[in-house]
Ligand binder design. Structure first.
Ligand code: ACO
Length: 391
């Protein structure tokens, strides 16, 4: 075995072989199973795309109808899960609620028959079907309301918006939300997908796989950035404040949310599509107060940091779309998770096909051959910066 150099963040280190998605970060190309994201956004639906990702090909009409039917049938939550959610603090972040609920599914559907295709199919259906219901239910419950039951006559995206906003969405809003889900469904082995794969490689249940990925997606350097973008635009407040803000971030070496990507060194193709979707929504439902600020941000950051390949990523314009759809800011990342479940499950299934447990190595940098020091002779480690331990 060749000894490889250490690459922080595993940058550029292949950790698997995969036929699910392809990214060319220099040319700004993203393909799912070889199909360009622009084509899927225009012609496909989220559930058809999820089928493509998970089962490796576009479904026939009959297969798609069967898949959609199964998902409609499994949208409801067990009342015990709803009761569990009632105990969550209202101030808790919806991503934490989602992680707990995804993991709890393992209590109800615990049989781990990973070599049984029917078990795999049912787990895929349950997770795709129930995650949106969980997100919408937590939103209503934290306001003190009962969750809205899913409606079987509505499609996947329309039903989520209905459960969330308690009214049937405009067809354009539902279609645009469905495209957003397609755009967020998969993106090679990013942090949360890698987390899903590591968990999957232990042959644990798929609910633990998704729960682990949800926890990883929540961080502000990953899926959590979409929420931070809106906070940032709000904080900037006006077009005139954009350039001083950007200059200050550069001087202080702080990250500008919604910009930069480990792989893309040009504008993320999903950001381009999302910007177009935002404009369609603004045309029909009115402009967003932050859009002008966002446009100026893109211009200023591209001028100042374009030489480093820093351009808008998927999280930059998604928040503006979600705001227009009536989605609260702290649900942006759970909405990302609703979509990315498709990609996580595709990688789970692929991982099971040729599994070897992930167990990388490390370069040890600590001391060796240390003697055990008696308690009286030890140097102090907790210093004044910590408060005295509570009793
Ligand atoms: N704002 C300002 N400078 C940036 C940004 C940014 N958003 N992103 C990268 N840079 C600069 C870094 O300061 C660094 O400059 P230097 O070489 O002069 O020190 C250089 O670009 C490389 O940055 P790294 O942090 O090493 O890049 P990495 O590939 O590790 O990070 C990441 C990628 C985490 C996405 C980063 O760009 C970032 O933190 N962006 C902001 C958060 C964000 O939007 N995350 C969402 C990403 S998309 C997703 O996960 C769904």
């Amino acid at each position: 075995m060749t000894v490889c150099e250490y690459r922080p963040g595993l940058e550029g280190v292949p950790a698997t072989q995969s036929s699910i998605s392809y990214v060319d970060g220099q040319a700004g190309i993203l393909e799912y199973r070889g199909i360009r994201i622009e084509d899927l956004a225009q012609h496909s639906t989220f559930l058809e795309t999820a089928y493509l990702l998970i089962w490796g090909g576009l479904p026939s009409k009959v297969e798609l109808e069967a898949f959609e039917h199964e998902i409609r049938y499994h949208r409801r939550l067990k009342y015990r899960i709803r009761d569990m959610m009632k105990c969550f603090p209202e101030s808790g972040h919806p991503m934490d609620a989602l992680q707990a609920c995804a993991a709890a599914l393992g209590l109800f559907y615990s049989r781990r028959a990973l070599d049984n295709p029917v078990y795999i199919q049912k787990a895929v259906v349950r997770l795709l079907a129930k995650i949106p219901t969980m997100v919408a239910a937590f939103q209503l419950m934290r306001k003190g309301n009962d969750p809205v039951q899913p409606r079987d006559d509505l499609g996947y995206a329309a039903n989520f918006l209905y459960m969330l906003n308690e009214r049937e969405p405009d067809p354009l809003a539902a279609r645009i939300f469905d495209i957003c889900l397609t755009l967020h469904a998969e993106h090679t082995i990013n942090a949360s997908t890698f987390s899903a794969m590591v968990t999957a490689s232990t042959l644990t249940d798929p609910y633990a796989v998704v729960a682990s990925a949800v926890g990883t997606l929540a961080g502000p350097l990953h899926g959590g950035a979409n929420e931070e973008v809106i906070d940032m635009l709000q904080q900037i407040g006006s077009v005139e404040n954009v350039r001083p803000f950007v200059d200050r971030c550069i001087a202080e070496k702080s990250k500008i949310m919604g910009f930069g990507h480990r792989v893309y060194k040009v504008k993320d193709p999903r950001a381009t599509i999302l910007q177009g979707l935002a404009e369609q929504l603004f045309e029909k439902f009115g402009q967003d107060e932050y859009y002008e600020i966002a446009l100026e941000m893109e211009q200023a950051v591209s001028e100042k940091l374009g030489h480093k390949g820093i351009y808008p990523n998927v999280d930059f314009y998604s928040g503006l779309v979600y705001r227009k759809l009536g989605i609260p800011t702290d649900l942006f990342t759970p909405v990302f998770a609703i979509a990315r479940v498709a990609g996580w499950l595709a990688h789970w299934k692929e991982q099971l096909g040729e599994n070897r447990i992930f167990r990388p190595t490390q370069i040890y940098t600590g001391p060796r051959q240390q003697g055990y020091v008696g308690i009286e002779d030890r140097p102090q480690i907790w210093d004044k910066q910590f408060a005295a331990p509570s009793v």
